[in-house]
Design a protein around this ligand. Structure first.
Ligand code: F6R
Length: 364
C-alpha cells in the first residue's frame, strides 16, 4: 500500500506533483479560471469587503501564505486566524465577509465550530476541503475540493500543497473579477502554475543531497527558521514539519523580529534555515543571516536559482527553480519537507505516526 516507499509520508511527498495538477486542471477552462463550486458571481466577488481565513496547524499556514497573495492580487483585507482562537474572540464579520475555512480532514473540531459560528454571524463560508463529504464539506455554503487523494501520514504534505494550489486559483479569480489582475498577467501566472508539478518533481529528485545534509543535524537541539512575508509563512510550515516528526525543537521567526529576543538562543553551531524567495526582500534577509552568523549560527538557505549573492551569508544553499513570486511556497516547502523527513528517519522516529498526534483532531 506504500507503493514501494518506506513511509506514507515519502509516498505522499512524491504524490505532490499530481495533487497540485489535479487541483488546478479541472478549474482551468481554455485560458480562464472557472470555479463553479464557488457559487459566487463576479458581482458578488466585487462586493466583498473582507476575507477571513480560519484553520488549524498546517492549513493555517496555507492561510498565512494566502493572505499575501489575496491582498496582493485582489486588494482585499485578509485576516488569518487559528480556529481555536477565532471562536473565542468575538470576531468582526458580516454579510460582506467571506470566511474561508481550510481543512484536509474536514473534521477538525475547532475548524468546524468556527464555520458554524461564522455562518451564524451572517458570513458566507467557503470550505477548502480534501475529504469528500466530510462535516466541513457538508456544512460550508460552498466547497472547493483539493484533489490530493487520501492522506495517511499524520504530517500533511500533499494536502498542504493542494490547499496552496486552491488558494492560488481563488486569489487569481478574485484579482480578475475585481479588475486588478490584467489578462496578460493572468496568462503569465497560469503558465507558472502549470509548470509547478514538473518543478516539484525536479526538487524531489534531488532528495539524496538533502538527506546527506540532514544527517549532519540529527543531534541538533534547536533549529530556527527565518523568513519575511511569504517566506515567513513558508518557515512556519517548515518548522512545524520538522518538530512534529523529529521531536527537535524548532521555531519559525519573522527574520526582522529575531533581534527582539529570540536571537539570544543562537549559539555556536545552531542551525538557522533562512528562506528567501521574495526578491525585494533578499537584501534585508541577507543582513538577518549575517546577524545570526556572527553569533555562531550555521546558516542553511533556501532560495531561488540565480540568487548567488546569498552565498556570502550562507554555509549551505538549496536552490529552487524560478516561478511567480506568489507561488514560491509550493517549491520552497519541498526541500523543507524532505529535510524534516530525513532528520526524523535518521533519528529513528515513527515518521508516519508521531507521538501524541492524530491525523484528525476531533477534540476542541
Ligand atoms: C501538520 C498537520 C496538522 C493539520 C491540522 C489541521 O502536519 O497535519 O497541523 O494541518 O491538524 O487538520 P485539518 O487540515 O484536517 O483540519
Amino acid at each position: 500500500e506504500k507503493g514501494g516507499y518506506e513511509h506514507f509520508m515519502l509516498k505522499e511527498m512524491y504524490e505532490q506533483p499530481k495533487a497540485v495538477m489535479d487541483t488546478f486542471s479541472p478549474r482551468i477552462k481554455g485560458s480562464q479560471i472557472e470555479i463553479e463550486e464557488l457559487g459566487m458571481t463576479e458581482e458578488e466577488i466585487r462586493k466583498l469587503r473582507k476575507i477571513m481565513i480560519v484553520a488549524c496547524g498546517s492549513a493555517s499556514h496555507v492561510g498565512h501564505t494566502s493572505k499575501y497573495i489575496l491582498e496582493g492580487l485582489a486588494r482585499l483585507p485578509v485576516e488569518v486566524d487559528m480556529a481555536s482562537e477565532f471562536r473565542y474572540r468575538n470576531p468582526i464579520l458580516d454579510e460582506q465577509t467571506l470566511v474561508v475555512v481550510i481543512s484536509q480532514s474536514g473534521e477538525t473540531a475547532d475548524t468546524l465550530a468556527a464555520l458554524r459560528q461564522a455562518k451564524k454571524m451572517g458570513a458566507r463560508v467557503l470550505g477548502i476541503v480534501n475529504v469528500v463529504g466530510s462535516s466541513i464539506a457538508r456544512e460550508a455554503d460552498n466547497v472547493m475540493y483539493t484533489w490530493a487523494g487520501p492522506e495517511i501520514a499524520v504530517a500533511t504534505t500533499k494536502a498542504y500543497s493542494a490547499q496552496l494550489t486552491a488558494m492560488y486559483l481563488l486569489a487569481m479569480k478574485f484579482g480578475k473579477a475585481r479588475g486588478l489582475l490584467r489578462e496578460d498577467e493572468l496568462q503569465e501566472m497560469l503558465g507558472s502554475l502549470k509548470a509547478l508539478p514538473a518543478q516539484i518533481e525536479m526538487i524531489l529528485s534531488n532528495r539524496e543531497k538533502i538527506q546527506k545534509f540532514a544527517n549532519r543535524y540529527l543531534a541538533a537541539r534547536d533549529i530556527f527558521f527565518i523568513g519575511r512575508g511569504i517566506d515567513h509563512a513558508i518557515s512556519m510550515e517548515g518548522s512545524l514539519k520538522l518538530k512534529e516528526i523529529s521531536y527537535i525543537h524548532s521555531e519559525a521567526y519573522a527574520a526582522g523580529e529575531l533581534k527582539h529576543g529570540t536571537i539570544s538562543l543562537v549559539e555556536e553551531g545552531t542551525l538557522v534555515a533562512a528562506v528567501l524567495t521574495q526578491k525585494e526582500l533578499y537584501k534585508k534577509m541577507i543582513s538577518n543571516m549575517e546577524e545570526v552568523r556572527t553569533r555562531g549560527a550555521f546558516v542553511m538557505a533556501v532560495t531561488v536559482e540565480g540568487n548567488t549573492e546569498v552565498e556570502k551569508a550562507a554555509d549551505y544553499v538549496i536552490y529552487i527553480p524560478e516561478t511567480n513570486k506568489y507561488f514560491t511556497n509550493s517549491l520552497a516547502i519541498i526541500p523543507l519537507q524532505l529535510f524534516a523527513y530525513y532528520i526524523a528517519v535518521g533519528r529513528g522516529c515513527d515518521v508516519d505516526k508521531p507521538r501524541n498526534l492524530a491525523k484528525s483532531v476531533t477534540v476542541e
